[in-house]
Design a binder for this molecule. Structure first.
Ligand SMILES: [Fe+2]
Length: 219
């Protein structure tokens, strides 16, 4: 008589079983399946994208890179810089600022494990809108975002997109919280200008036209 209380379906998770989310992350296993201890997700970074700098007060994270190569910075400006490729594992201890970006012409896929359910809750909150996701994370989940550093590194490497957020200009334009953020957050505004050099610019033109100019630059 076997002592195993599980079915094969409980233990074997195939690609078709991955849970799609509104963010650019697929959930492989929620913390609820793992006694609340950690979650397992599948992420991707497309060519020219950065996963913007942030830190988690409550979660340690681990990444396993399936294919391609990513550049990392951990610890903020002047911190550790390294590249990691297929088969490599990267640890991101709680409270450490981290971000990573793809300078190749191929999408990079990775597995991420995160302790506790905070990051899982963050990914879930994407369904309520990007600004709700970011604001809620800062207030409730102990995550903080370093938009300034993200923009600096985007400029340093000529990066053209942000991974993970799955930002849709049409959605952002409809979001009153985004309008407010554009009015009050100069770095965010500069980032939109920066990204707007390509297709985003037309989308935001109506909104940007109503905003005060950034110091030292015309509109
Ligand atoms: Fe993270």
């Amino acid at each position: 008589m076997s002592s195993i209380d599980y079915s094969v379906q409980d233990l074997l998770i195939r690609p078709a079983d991955h849970e799609e989310t509104s963010a650019d992350m697929k959930i492989i296993a929620r913390t609820a399946r793992l006694s609340g201890h950690f979650s397992v997700m599948l992420g991707e970074v497309r060519p020219g994208e950065i996963l913007g700098f942030h830190s988690h007060q409550n979660e340690d994270q681990h990444m396993y890179i399936i294919d391609g190569e990513l550049h990392f910075e951990v610890g903020g400006a002047g911190g550790l810089r390294f590249t990691a490729g297929a088969g490599d594992n990267v640890l991101k201890p709680r409270s450490s600022s981290h971000g990573f970006w793809n300078l190749t012409d191929k999408t990079v896929h990775y597995i991420e494990t995160s302790t506790q359910d905070g990051f899982e809750t963050f990914v879930d909150s994407r369904s309520d809108g990007l600004m709700a996701m970011l604001g809620g994370a800062t207030e409730e989940l102990g995550m903080s975002f370093e938009t300034d550093r993200t923009l600096e590194v985007m400029k340093e490497f000529g990066l053209t997109g942000i991974a993970g957020a799955n930002a849709n200009p049409e959605e952002l334009i409809r979001d009153p919280q985004f309008h407010e953020a554009m009015r009050t957050n100069e770095t965010l505004r500069e980032m939109v200008f920066y990204l707007g050099g390509a297709a985003l610019k037309d989308k935001f033109q109506g909104l940007i036209g109503k905003l005060p100019p950034l110091p030292g630059r015309g509109r």
